[in-house]
Design a binder for this molecule. Structure first.
Ligand SMILES: CC(=O)SCCNC(=O)CCNC(=O)[C@H](O)C(C)(C)COP(=O)(O)OP(=O)(O)OC[C@H]1O[C@@H](n2cnc3c(N)ncnc32)[C@H](O)[C@@H]1OP(=O)(O)O
Ligand SMILES: O=C([O-])CC(=O)C(=O)O
Length: 368
């Protein structure tokens, strides 16, 4: 039998879906989300604006945003059995795996699991957005032998998320910087995790299953797991010179440097990284200590000079989260929580206009 032999390793450049959700327009240097540029949005809007944009196709009015925030707050409560499931996990479990388990178990609470209609799918997405911060934080807390923390409805969605993580009500500056990080992580066209979610959804599987698969995809160091790996790398040394030497040693050993490179941006800096770098600058100014920023900038210079590679979002998210006092094992779960809205929009779109993903192979096995 003759088969298609055009093969692109890693599906580089292959168009995998038609979508009205987002596009990385590298020529115009825009991250287009439903017709808006994400970077421009990050200057004037907040995370809940993007949630509304992605799930309701428009930026919200003041009243619509207030209603959205209220809807999420009403659904904050995580079923107690989910917390009990997290308590049963071995103590070395990574919070990303705790979150994957909690998210997967939530399917059992959905009374309309077979319903793929737009209204029910959107309702599910809001429910996940409401509950995932608590599942994320509590999987970390329980695994670290701390009591679960309850959400606070008197704080904004993002401020509450950060409060649950650190145990302190954040200052306006810290809440704003955290919110911006959620916004920048919210949606990014067709990364591996989104592709995974759409592939799963294309069998008519449900949102919980599609997102559970996406957690596993996003956990890997070549994808979302890079933000944690960046911070471990920065913590290996305590000076600018030490960081430069570390990077040179890793490059000499042909290791990949976490937080650099990107399949789509390739030889340019991820525009989201630039916004996150501004947040890092602000936090350093407030702290009166610029060491982390200086280390990161020195790393940028080494990678540009040696490899012509530029930072992606994870490179600058890591030191920002560090200065916000966030435990490293929560960096990737936070990325996933923020991306839940983008992933949900893609699963909903896939369900609305579905064709099963089923590609072919280029056979290189034994002759037959
Ligand atoms: C928010 C996000 O999820 S962004 C991605 C986060 N991931 C990371 O930061 C992990 C580090 N980066 C990487 O591994 C890659 O750049 C990826 C996975 C992001 C993109 O990978 P690909 O498009 O498949 O590029 P690929 O891995 O083939 O790299 C192409 C070349 O650049 C080199 N390269 C790419 N990234 C890096 C890096 N971070 N450090 C060192 N070299 C690199 C490769 O070694 C390869 O060199 P070669 O042609 O001499 O063999
Ligand atoms: O687009 C990608 O391949 C990875 C990425 O930056 C993201 O998911 O935010």
């Amino acid at each position: 039998m003759k088969t298609e032999t055009t093969f692109k390793p890693g599906l580089e450049g292959v168009i995998a879906a038609e979508t009205a959700i987002s596009l990385l327009d590298t020529e115009q240097e825009k991250i287009v989300i439903k017709g808006h540029d994400l970077i421009e949005l990050s200057k004037h809007n907040d995370y809940l604006d993007i949630v509304h944009l992605l799930l309701e196709n428009k930026l919200p009015s003041k009243e619509e945003k207030a209603a959205l925030e209220e809807k999420l707050k009403e659904r904050y409560q995580v079923p107690s059995a989910i917390i009990e499931i997290l308590r049963l996990l071995p103590e070395h479990t990574h919070p990303m795996d705790g979150m994957r388990t909690g998210l997967s178990a939530l399917a059992g609470y959905d009374e309309h699991l077979l319903d793929r209609s737009l209204a029910v799918n959107k309702d599910r997405a809001y429910d996940l957005l409401a509950k995932l911060p608590a599942i994320t934080v509590n999987s970390y807390r329980i695994l670290n032998k701390q009591e679960p923390v309850l959400p606070r409805k008197d704080l904004s969605y993002s401020a509450n998320f950060l409060y649950m993580i650190t145990g302190e009500v954040p200052t306006a500056q810290r809440a704003e910087i955290f919110d911006r990080s959620l916004l920048l992580y919210s949606e990014h066209e067709m990364p591996n995790s989104t592709f995974t979610a759409r592939v799963i959804a294309s069998t008519q599987s449900d949102l919980f299953g599609a997102l559970t698969g996406a957690v596993a995809s996003l956990k890997g160091h070549l994808h979302g797991g890079a933000n944690e790996a960046v911070m471990y790398m920065l913590n290996e040394v305590d000076s600018v010179e030490g960081f430069e030497e570390l990077l040179m040693k890793k490059l000499h050993n042909k290791e990949k440097i976490m937080g650099f490179g990107h399949r789509v941006y390739m030889k340019k800096m991820d525009p989201r990284a630039l916004m996150m770098k501004q947040s890092l600058k602000k936090l350093c100014e407030t702290k009166g200590d610029f060491q982390l920023l200086e280390m990161c900038e020195a790393g940028e210079e080494v990678m540009r000079r040696e490899k012509e590679l530029y930072p992606n979002l994870d490179y600058y998210a890591a030191p920002v989260y560090w200065l916000l006092g966030i435990p490293i094992e929560l960096y990737t779960p936070i990325f996933f929580s923020a991306r839940t809205v983008g992933l949900s929009a893609h699963v909903i779109e896939q369900h609305q206009n579905n064709r099963l993903f089923r590609p072919r192979v280029h056979y290189i096995g034994e002759k037959y």
